[in-house]
Design a protein around this ligand. Sequence first.
Ligand SMILES: [Zn+2]
Length: 332
Amino acid sequence: MSETATTQKPVSFKELGFVNTREMFQAAMKGGYAIPAYNFNNMEQLQAILTACSRSRSPVILQVSKGARDYANATLLRWMARGAMEMMKEMGKPVPVALHLDHGDSFELCQSCIDNGFSSVMIDASSKPYAENVALTKKVVEYAHPRNVTVEGELGILAGIEEHVSSEKSHYTDPKDVEDFVKKTGVDSLAISIGTSHGAFKFKVKPGEKAPPLRFDILEAVEQRIPGFPIVLHGASSVLPGYIEMINKFGGKMEGTAGIPEEQLRRAAKSAVCKINIDSDGRLVMTAMIRKVFSEKPDEFDPRKYLGPAREELIKMYMEKNEKVLGSAGRC
Ligand SMILES: [Zn+2]
């Protein structure tokens, strides 16, 4: 389902009921927590994210990646997000929701999202030379800010594979670049590389081994150079061992997986880290539950009977993240 060109007139995120990330991040900075940024590609994930955040009274950033736009169709995703906002209003007091482009890789893609109701975009030019990263990020900011849309930039490269983004090795963010980058580009938040990683296989580990700890020394050095500036962590799933066990128990084969321990994320959330991206854990939950139903009920053929339990489990997992890891529950 590829994206089709649209000629309709631009729509502002405000008309759709979204907010940008500015106030969310200020409150998170003051309160010592992080805003969850959860990716969605389909209806069940979207319902689960908003239901969980509404129940736990957590602000949330709904993330759409380029891969999600290619998979589900950009126009449909935008209307799904808008419909979900209406659903949430009917459920009672809605929580603040930002609609965010994850890993935008060109000015044109960011522009298209801004014109189509996104309240926040990421321009990821971190793989380009520094001067090009600055120039492209600045160009997106100059288009976004007059429309009140917030922009996330990135310095440093995360290892791992996330759809269109992949790198074998991580390149930690060099703290001495951050001040110059933020000043020259005008970005509202900055994704940095301190040892988090995309995907479910974040580190090569043997059974019983743990992942290497995050580089809090780099985070602290960054904070000293740009005090009070919102920092973003990508690739921050914990690759929850319970769901890996479930996947393997019911016919799957995922070995040597490891993620970021939740206590390290909690520590990061208390610092200048204002946004934590979690995608892989949601994928694992869905896969584990669907495998369980297929294994226990081999005659089941109604998608509602396996996607439904997956959705329920997702709600549970997201609520736990908000409460125990990000600290964002009960904040609105
Ligand atoms: Zn990412």
